[in-house]
Write a new protein. Structure first.
Length: 721
C-alpha cells in the first residue's frame, strides 16, 4: 500500500463499511419490500450525487456477496432466509468459527454462535458477517452458517510462498486461523522465490474455487532471518515500520524553538524541582513530577505531561497517522512509534535540562495523601534530572543522591495513596515482564524478569491520581453527579462469575483461597493471593490466570468505572506520546477548561473502538515478538533439560513454562509414549487411560528441548521421566 494514501484509504474503508451496515439496516427493517437506490438514498438522507454513486456500488457489492437480492434490474430487497444475525467472526486454531453477535436493541448480547468449518463459506477471521441460525444448538451454543460477508476485516496476509510449478504457486499463511492457502498465478509472483516470506493480497475468491486468488505485494526475505521475522510480525498485525514522507515532512517543519508568546500564556514551573523517572532504555519521556512545600504545610505536586496537542493539531497529517496507528508498539528489539521521531524523542519528550511545554495536573496534597485541591492547565517546565527506575530505587533505599529528600517525600505520599487505593477495592496486578538481553545483532543472550520496586510504584500512583482526577473533572459535576459531557474513559467491567469460579477451583490446589461472594471479598482475597504467591514457582502462572479471569479494559465514552483499580472515574491522560486516547483526552480537557465541550458522541465512541482495536493488535504483536525471541533463545539449547511448570492443558498436549527463563513450549499429546492420555477440560489435566498418571495445571516437571521452529514461533518439549 502506498503509505501516502494510507490514512485516506482507511477512512474510506471505514465509511464504506458504515454505509453497508446502514443499507442493510434500512432494507432489513422492511423485509421483502423492493426498493431502488433512490428510495434507499432518501431513507438514508443522501442527496449528494457522488455519495449516491458510492451507495449504488455498495448495494451491488451486497448483492454479489448474497447479503441482499436484486430480483429485477435496479431493485433491491432483503429476504431473511431464517433468523439472521450480524456479527464478527473469530476462528480457532482448530478451524471452527464463533460469531460474536452485534448487541441487541436493549444493549444485551446473545451468546457466541458456533460455526462448523464447512459453514464458514469463505469468511475469514475478523470479517463482519451475516449468519443464518439453525434450529438446534451445538456445544450448548447457538449454531449457524455464514450466508454473507459484509466486510473483510483485512485483505493482506503474511505467509510463505511455495512454488508449485513454473507458472504458479501458493502462499501458506503464517496464521493458523487463516485456514486456506492463496493461489498465486505467474503474473502475481512479484519476484518471490520458493520459500520466501511474503505479504499476499486477497484479490478474489470465486464461489467455485477452493482457494482464494492472491498476488504477492511484498517480499519480506528468507524465513528465519531476524529482520524477515520481525517485519513479518509487523506486517501480520498491520503495523507500519516507516512514516509516510508527507508526515515526516510536516514534522520537520515544526519549529525547534519554543514560541515566546506561547510561553507567556503558560504557568511557569521552571523554578520548581522537577524530574523524570523512566526505564533505562526509554527515549520518549511522557511525564515529569515536580514538588515544593506550601506555606500552609501541605505540598504542591505537579504531574506534568508532554503537551502533544500543542504540536499535533486535528486534521493534520501527523494527527491522522497517529490516529490510524493508535499506539506505539514495543517489540523486543525496537519501538514502532505513534509519532515521528522529531516529536516523540525530541520536541515533546521531557528531556532533562530543556524547557518543555506540558499539560499539567497540579495537586495540593497533605502528608497523609489527602488531596485538598487540583489545578489543570498548560505549563512550561524544566526537568533538572532524568532518573532511571534503578537509579531512583537506589536513592530511595540509601537516602543518598540527587533530590533524595524530594524522592523520599513523594515516595511516602505514593505509599499512602497506594494503601488508600487498595482499601477502596483496587487489585494489585504487578505482573512481571519477561525481558531479553540482546547482543549487537539482536540475538538474545539472556532472559530475566523485570522487577517492580518503590520507584515504579511512586510513578504509578501519581499517574493514576492524575488520570482519575482528569476523568472526574470532565465526567462529573461539583455535586458529584455525572455531567453528561462527552469524555474518553478507560473502563474495566466486573469479572465474569464463571471465570472466577474456575480460578477459585484452580488456585485451591496450591492452597490459596478465593472468596467470591461479594465484590469486597473478591478484591481482598485476590490481593492476598497475589501477595502470597510472590517468589514462588507458580507466581507467573497464577498471576496470568488471575488476569485472564478479569474483563478486558477498553476505551469508551460510556463510563462504567474501572473495576481493577476500584475507581468510579478513570481515563488515560499521562502518555500522549505513545497513546492516541490520551491525545483525545487532552483536547477534551482543554475544551472543558475553556467552557466548551466535545460534540458528536457517536464519532468519539467510534474513535474509542478504533483505539481499543489498535491496542489489542499492538499487544498481540508484542507477544509474538516475545515468542519469537524465546524460540531464538532456545535454538542452541536443543537436547538440554530444564525445570518447568505446566502452564496450560489442551486436547493437543500441555504447555510448560521453564522456571529459569519463563520460555514456554508444548509437549504434544503424541509425544507421551507411556500411555494414552485423555483431556479432562474441567480440571485442567491429562489423565492416562491405563495407568492413571495425571498431568495437571501448575504441576512441576523436568522437560527437554526437543524442537524449535523460528517461523512458527513454536517450542516443543519432551518429558524427562
Amino acid at each position: 500500500m502506498n503509505k501516502k494514501t494510507k490514512s485516506k484509504k482507511n477512512t474510506q474503508i471505514t465509511a464504506v463499511k458504515d454505509l453497508k451496515n446502514k443499507i442493510l439496516k434500512t432494507l432489513s427493517s422492511e423485509p421483502g419490500k423492493q426498493l431502488n437506490y433512490k428510495q434507499v438514498s432518501a431513507r438514508l438522507h443522501i442527496t449528494d450525487r457522488e455519495q449516491r454513486k458510492v451507495l449504488k456500488d455498495c448495494l451491488d457489492a451486497l448483492v454479489r456477496d448474497k447479503v441482499i437480492e436484486s430480483p429485477t434490474e435496479g431493485k433491491y430487497v432483503f429476504r431473511p432466509k431464517s433468523q439472521t444475525v450480524l456479527g464478527v467472526l473469530e476462528i480457532t486454531n482448530a478451524g471452527h468459527g464463533f460469531v460474536i453477535a452485534d448487541p441487541l436493541p436493549d444493549g444485551t448480547r446473545m451468546p457466541d454462535i458456533f460455526i462448523d468449518k464447512e459453514a464458514l463459506n469463505r469468511a475469514l477471521p475478523g470479517d463482519r458477517v451475516q449468519v443464518a441460525l439453525y434450529a438446534f444448538k451445538r456445544r450448548d451454543l447457538p449454531h449457524g452458517e455464514i450466508i454473507g460477508i459484509l466486510e473483510r476485516e483485512r485483505t493482506e496476509f503474511v505467509g510463505t510462498f511455495m512454488a508449485a510449478r513454473k507458472k504458479y504457486g501458493f502462499v501458506v499463511p503464517d496464521n493458523k486461523r487463516i485456514y486456506t492457502d492463496f493461489y498465486i498465478g505467474e503474473e502475481n509472483k512479484n519476484g518471490a522465490a520458493d520459500g520466501d516470506k511474503v505479504v499476499v493480497q486477497l484479490t478474489d475468491w470465486p464461489e467455485q474455487a477452493t482457494s482464494p486468488f492472491g498476488k504477492i505485494i511484498k517480499v519480506l526475505g528468507r524465513p528465519g532471518e531476524h529482520e524477515t521475522e520481525i517485519h513479518s510480525i509487523l506486517a501480520e498485525y498491520d503495523l507500519p515500520y516507516e512514516f509516510p514522507a508527507d508526515v515526516e515532512e510536516e514534522a520537520e517543519k515544526i519549529p525547534d524553538k519554543l514560541d515566546p508568546k506561547e510561553i507567556s500564556k503558560r504557568r511557569d514551573f521552571r523554578g520548581v524541582v522537577t524530574f523524570t523517572i523512566d526505564p533505562e532504555d526509554a527515549k520518549d519521556f511522557d511525564d515529569a513530577l515536580s514538588v515544593r512545600p506550601l506555606e500552609n504545610g501541605n505540598l504542591e505536586v505537579g504531574v506534568h505531561i508532554a503537551d502533544v496537542t500543542y504540536y499535533v493539531r486535528p486534521g493534520s497529517k501527523i494527527d491522522e497517522e497517529a490516529y490510524q496507528r493508535g499506539t506505539s508498539v514495543y517489540l523486543v528489539d525496537r519501538v514502532v512509534p505513534m509519532l515521528p521521531e522529531k516529536l516523540s524523542n525530541y520536541l515533546c519528550s521531557l528531556r532533562p535540562k530543556e524547557d518543555k511545554f506540558c499539560f499539567s495536573a497540579v495537586f495540593e496534597i497533605d502528608a497523609k495523601a489527602h488531596v485538598h485541591s487540583v489545578w489543570f492547565g498548560r505549563t512550561i517546565i524544566h526537568s533538572q534530572r532524568r532518573f532511571t527506575y534503578e537509579e531512583a530505587e537506589g536513592i530511595l533505599k540509601t537516602g543518598k543522591g540527587d533530590f533524595a529528600r524530594e524522592l523520599k517525600i513523594l515516595n511516602s505520599i505514593a505509599k499512602k495513596l497506594r494503601t488508600q487505593r487498595f482499601k477502596a477495592g483496587s487489585i494489585g496486578f504487578d505482573k512481571s515482564e519477561v525481558k531479553f538481553i540482546l547482543d549487537e545483532k539482536n540475538n538474545p543472550t539472556g532472559v530475566y524478569q523485570k522487577t517492580i520496586g518503590d520507584s515504579n510504584h511512586l510513578i504509578e500512583e501519581f499517574m493514576l491520581l492524575a488520570n482519575k482526577y482528569v476523568a472526574m473533572a470532565v465526567g462529573r459535576n461539583a455535586d458529584g453527579k455525572p455531567s453528561g459531557k462527552i469524555m474518553v474513559y478507560r473502563v474495566h467491567d466486573d469479572p465474569d462469575p464463571d471465570k472466577l469460579i474456575e480460578l477459585q477451583g484452580f488456585v485451591s490446589r496450591f492452597g490459596y483461597k478465593l472468596h467470591i461472594s461479594s465484590r469486597k471479598q473478591i478484591t481482598n482475597s485476590i490481593n492476598a493471593m497475589l501477595n502470597a504467591v510472590k517468589g514462588k514457582p507458580e507466581q507467573n502462572l497464577i498471576e496470568t490466570l488471575a488476569i485472564r479471569s478479569m474483563a478486558k479494559a477498553i476505551y469508551s465514552t460510556k463510563n462504567r468505572g474501572h473495576y481493577g483499580l476500584g475507581f468510579e472515574y478513570y481515563t488515560h491522560f499521562t502518555s500522549p506520546i505513545r497513546r492516541y486516547p490520551d491525545v483525545m483526552v487532552h483536547r477534551i480537557l482543554q475544551w472543558h477548561l475553556e467552557g466548551k465541550e466535545a460534540k458528536n458522541k457517536n464519532l468519539w465512541e467510534e474513535k474509542c473502538k478504533h483505539s481499543s482495536q489498535r491496542e489489542k493488535l499492538a499487544t498481540d504483536a508484542e507477544r509474538a515478538s516475545v515468542k519469537y525471541m524465546m524460540s531464538k533463545f532456545l535454538m542452541d539449547k536443543i537436547g538440554k533439560t530444564f525445570e518447568g511448570v505446566i502452564s496450560g492443558v489442551t486436547e493437543y498436549g500441555i504447555y510448560v513454562e521453564l522456571v529459569d527463563n519463563k520460555c514456554e513450549g508444548m509437549i504434544r499429546i503424541s509425544d507421551f509414549k507411556d500411555d494414552y492420555y485423555i483431556f479432562d477440560e474441567d480440571n485442567y489435566q491429562l489423565i492416562g487411560s491405563r495407568k492413571g498418571k495425571i498431568y495437571q495445571l501448575g504441576e512441576k516437571l523436568k522437560v527437554r528441548v526437543k524442537k524449535v521452529d523460528l517461523q512458527k514461533k513454536q517450542i516443543d518439549f519432551s518429558v524427562v521421566e
